[in-house]
Write a protein that binds this ligand. Structure first.
Ligand code: RB5
Length: 147
């Protein structure tokens, strides 16, 4: 199950990603927004991040104008590793090395076709583990105040 969220700046990317998920028969929860009317991205970041953090959804995808604000907000939720991605290399590496559990993209930065391609890479690339496990654990230690 994939959790989706966007503000008005990322709305059209989210809609394109939904078409991709339907085509691939991948289940999703759409937390909105549901139009290009102006809204506040932190609301949607929190809904998606909570679904991922509690295990209801294995991954999340968030879109705003740049991908930045919505990822900053999502990263405030414990256990979330949200990465802003603009190209295929970063989409692959943030899974392989960072075990990112939320992909963030910007509707004013990339087009819908690119967003779908990056989504496909993000959802189909495994975490490498190994030395990267230690680094992910250190990120968790920052959350716990033990690093
Ligand atoms: C909204 O205008 C815009 O600030 C938002 O979508 C996002 O780009 C923030 O990081």
């Amino acid at each position: 199950m994939i959790a989706l969220g966007a503000d008005h700046g990322g709305f059209y990317l989210k809609e394109a990603i939904i078409e991709y998920l339907k085509e691939k028969k991948i289940d999703y929860i759409d937390h909105g927004c549901f139009s290009e009317d102006s809204v506040d991205y932190a609301i949607y970041a929190k809904k998606v991040a909570d679904d991922v953090a509690c295990g209801k959804c294995e991954k999340g995808i968030l879109c705003c104008g740049t991908g930045i604000g919505i990822s900053i907000a999502a990263n405030k939720v414990k256990g979330i590793r949200a990465a802003v991605v603009t190209n295929e290399f970063c989409a692959e590496m943030t899974r392989r090395h960072n075990d990112a559990n939320i992909l963030a993209m910007g509707g004013r930065v990339i087009d819908a076709e690119t967003a779908v391609k990056l989504t496909d890479i993000f959802l189909n690339t495994e975490f490498e583990g190994g030395r990267h496990e230690r680094r992910i654990a250190q990120i968790a230690q920052i959350e716990e105040g033990t690093l």
